[in-house]
Design a protein around this ligand. Structure first.
Ligand SMILES: [Zn+2]
Length: 147
């Protein structure tokens, strides 16, 4: 199966971690000591994160035990996994154009991109997926990848 492994760093503390992107949209995140902890994220789960926060500025909430109310970390714990994965999800969201850091970086906040679910302004397909603003168009994830 087609897979790519990415070497990443967390946004605030610059902790290294890896994530693997698999062609069917599954993401596997490897972190902690020797990157030995693995969390798997389906495409649907990932899209649910983007959908839950679109357009909003939120606290990352990287705490392992008690992320602030209404933070990304709290949402992830309630909806995806009890493992604290917010600080690993954030660089992935940023890399894929779904969020931008809020300056200064130690504000601990990100802003989620505004997404529209309509036809992609490049391929004109109704993708039934959130579109991403890019080069003054709204594009589907496939066109962004091939841009
Ligand atoms: Zn497209």
């Amino acid at each position: 199966m087609y897979e790519i492994m990415f070497e990443m760093k967390t946004m605030v503390k610059k902790k290294p971690f890896k994530y693997k992107k698999i062609l069917n949209g599954v993401k596997e995140i490897f972190f902690g000591k020797n990157e030995s902890t693995k969390v798997k994220l389906s495409k649907k789960q990932y899209m649910n994160i983007i959908d839950a926060f679109k357009g909003r500025t939120v606290l990352i909430g990287a705490s392992r035990t008690n992320p602030p109310k209404d933070s990304l970390g709290e949402w992830l714990m309630n909806n995806i996994t009890k493992q604290a994965i917010a600080s690993y999800i954030v660089p992935i969201l940023i890399e894929e154009g779904h969020a931008t850091p809020v300056m200064p970086l130690d504000s601990g906040k990100i802003k989620f991109t505004v997404v529209k679910i309509v036809e992609c302004s490049n391929c004109r397909e109704d993708t039934k997926m959130p579109l991403i603003p890019f080069a003054s168009h709204f594009l589907c994830a496939r066109c962004i990848r091939n841009w």
